[in-house]
Design a protein around this ligand. Structure first.
Ligand code: XMP
Length: 318
């Protein structure tokens, strides 16, 4: 029978065999998969694993610095690259969801490629691909569902990258990845993190993106997510986040009329993201979060809660 401990032992031994003294480059995202893949590779080859963690400026509030610190604390050989300005520039004036995704994918590859070139004699590219990604990218070559949204987690490499790919989690499902991570001592907090899309807040800011909109959404998201944790609801939800709508509405503050932004909160239950139900969060919770957001985040005067399930609504709004 399959056990995480045995998987770790055999995989680390196989990786040692396969990689020898070769150098491996791996992109960390802050997510569970890339972190577990990096930890396995680190066990096998130590400092020959070169991790790159790119800040696209579209991560959650303070996530880049906090996660980078966490990685360093785990002993990983990691370089944090803040490319926020480059991503924002590429997104300027773009409001079509697929165009935004493509711009982000393109800049990511450019940044990652520049950084990879700094690692001399690298032979391999490590990836946190898991079994469902493999299936999805196979069907993405022909299946009609492939064009629904162009996820760029898999196969986003430029042709001229001549690295061989090593994917230690290729045969695992998500729950197995979590168990493998736990058996290597990764924190439950890290392993229980909600999924977060590669294009990040870009697809939660409907329409075009500006630094100011990113800042507003980061504040809103931070209040929502930290409140879920405080109320013990975080682990009951599969994924949660906030959407910044391209809508201003009238409000009133003191004697003043306001005309400001509206945000939608979304929290779903799911097993794989293919289908999802909105979560019946307590009214008291929603009331508190809404008050906090409107009182603390300048530029927002209205909060709504998304009560649509997937299908037909998707989890993200773009
Ligand atoms: P949807 O919105 O299609 O989302 O119901 C299903 C799951 O996929 C995530 N998602 C993405 N992840 N790149 C990603 O890496 C993307 O472009 C992307 N679009 C959606 C979404 O967060 C949810 O978990």
């Amino acid at each position: 029978t399959w056990t995480p401990d045995a998987f770790v032992d055999t995989t680390v031994a196989d990786l040692k065999d396969k990689l020898g003294d070769d150098r491996v480059i791996l992109g960390l995202s802050g997510g569970v998969d890339s972190t577990v893949a990096a930890t396995l590779l680190h066990k096998a080859i130590g400092k020959n694993l070169y991790c790159i963690f790119v800040n696209n400026g579209l991560l959650r509030k303070d996530e880049f610095t906090q996660v980078l610190k966490q990685y360093e604390g785990m002993g990983l050989n990691v370089k944090g690259v803040d490319a926020s300005a480059r991503f924002l520039e590429a997104l300027e004036g773009e409001s079509d969801p697929e165009t935004k995704r493509k711009a982000i994918g393109r800049v990511f590859v450019e940044v990652f490629d520049d950084e990879s070139k700094l690692v001399e004699n690298a032979k391999w590219l490590g990836q946190g691909t898991i079994y469902p990604d493999v299936i999805e990218s196979v069907s993405a070559t022909g299946g009609p569902s492939a064009t629904i949204k162009s996820h760029h987690n898999v196969g986003g490499l430029p042709d001229y990258m001549t690295l061989e790919v090593v994917e230690p989690l290729r045969m695992l499902f998500k729950d197995e990845v979590r168990r493998v991570g736990a058996s290597m001592g990764l924190s439950p907090e890290l392993l229980g993190r909600h999924p977060f899309p590669g294009p990040g807040l870009a697809i939660r800011i409907l329409g075009d993106i500006t630094a100011e909109k990113v800042r507003i959404l980061q504040e809103v998201d931070h209040i929502f997510i930290s409140s879920l944790r405080e109320w013990g609801l975080y682990d009951k939800v599969w994924q949660a986040g906030a959407m910044l709508l391209p809508v201003n509405s009238v409000g009133v503050m003191g004697d003043e009329r306001t005309y400001e932004k509206c945000v939608a909160l979304r929290a779903v239950e799911s097993t794989d993201g293919m289908t999802a139900d909105w979560v019946n969060l307590p009214y008291e919770f929603l009331q508190k979060v809404s008050n906090d957001i409107i009182n603390k985040v300048k530029g927002v005067n209205r909060v709504v809660y998304d009560i649509s399930s997937k299908p037909p609504a998707t989890i993200e709004w773009e």
